[in-house]
Design a protein around this ligand. Sequence first.
Ligand code: MCA
Ligand code: AMP
Length: 522
Amino acid sequence: MRGGRGSAITLGMGTRSPLLAALDRPPLDPAFDFDGSALTFGALDRSSCRIAAGLARLGVRPGDRVAWFGPSSPELIELLVAVLRMGAIHVPINTRYQSEETAHVLDDSGARLAVVAEGSVGHACTRERASAVTTVVLGQPGPGELSFEALRNGDEAADAPAPAADAVAMLVYTSGTTGRSKGVALTHGGLAANLDAILGLWRLGPDDRLALCLPLFHVHGLGLGVLGTLMRGGTALVAQRFDPAWVVDAFASRGATVFMGVPTMYARLLEHLDATPADARALSKGRLFTSGSAALPASHHQAFARHTGHAVLERYGMTETGFTLSNPYEGERRAGTVGFPVPGVEVRLVDDADAPCPPGETGEIQVRGPGLLAGYWGLDEATRAAFTGDGWFRTGDVAFVDADGYHHIVGRRSVDIIKSGGFKISAREIEDALLEHPALAEAAVIGLPDPVWGERIVAAVVARAGQDVRALPAALGEHCARQLADFKKPRRFLVVESLPRNALGKLQKHRVAELFAGLAPE
Ligand code: MCA
Ligand code: AMP
């Protein structure tokens, strides 16, 4: 674990983490609004104090991991604030995960306590680990479990001293080129420095009302949406899930000023506006629309501007590096680009030998700065491999800089990373799951370009001898649905005689897409 990276933010002087600075806002100011029911800063301050005390009674200590498997809800925000103020570590789990994916996060993080929605996959997993993980249930607790209500209804405790700048605040699990997801350790100081920079750049503050439909288990929604609100104030209007009509209503009748989305959300919003052009008027009233997590097609950028008069502000980031490159708030927001380094963040493009590229040439994006991850949880070797000797983080994304300094992302070094609808997915993880099916001899999973999802997952597979090839795609679909989160399921299975290999027999992954060329859509 790399700890103690330099941070622009000084911690330890106040009574709490700078991530929670907005708890000092007027107590009646609404911080989060869940479809009309507001959680004020004052109420959040008090309830998180009680929850922190409850967690401490259950044996949670600073540095312990507290997992969350539940919906976007007031309870999530209350728990997060409690965990941060007591110096424990928040571990959000993707609620689309199935058992094995969830179990991996619980086991890998060594979660001491987990708050889980009643009857969820997370609940089943913690029940199986009752001796290791204390289960707190959103809903009706079972034997030996506690209800979240009980946690919230205890006495308030005095604040613990503010966590150190290099104390880990969150472990966010993200996919890599290898099969299993890795816990990205993000510190109080690192998050605060990076969020402070991006909030300042985009002029986000107490007068804003953010329409927040992003899932709250990833850095985009949890970091910028939730922690941004907890740092700077303003109100986040939180949706359970993305729905274009909800977004329109947030701007039309609930005073939303800002929307942050992934490109798939913009594609859906544009479908909605094409069908109901009058709704664009509500969005035109907004102040800022941002996009990130995947490339926003220039055609979406232009269509959104045509409908609403707004140039979407596209930026680039990564769980490990935070918000890294951004188009300007003032000045040209150039479609198809991700702009310039965020203040405080250093970005360089390098060749295969980590040598800086000459101007205009294409190379890997490497990042340095106070907002970088402290390390991959429990994976010292992977952490070391992710950095150059002089502290640059290797993103694996490939870009060039144009004559005006705007960065253009052109691809990724690894074909084994897929980005679909803003979720990062490991092709290897899907291949590993597929190969557990007894009918399969080989599998190659790739992402094909898709106008709505960015990339669409497909699999080319070779069956074992004697299998019913016609029945195979359906059987594999069912197999994946049991093993993997829904968004990881290949949308097409192509049964082939053999996969493309070179003379030495090595799979030529970059040629797998050719197998799908010219096929009629399914
Ligand atoms: C849902 N489906 C998907 C995805 N999401 N398929 C592929 N990729 C996806 N991302 C499928 C489901 O399996 C289902 O298929 C069908 O779509 C409808 O499911 P539903 O739940 O209704 O989908 P939805 O609610 O409309 O979800 C689409 C979404 C969601 C809103 C775009 O994927 C989403 O919230 N994405 C945001 C992810 C995010 O926040 N990423 C940030 C990572 P079937 O019917 O066949 O079962 S952080 C990051 O990237 C860095 C830090 C950065 O720079 O931001
Ligand atoms: P995640 O691990 O979910 O944090 O995803 C980070 C990855 O998303 C980056 O490494 C990029 O590949 C991709 N990404 C994020 N923002 C953009 C963007 N604006 N354009 C293209 N790719 C992006």
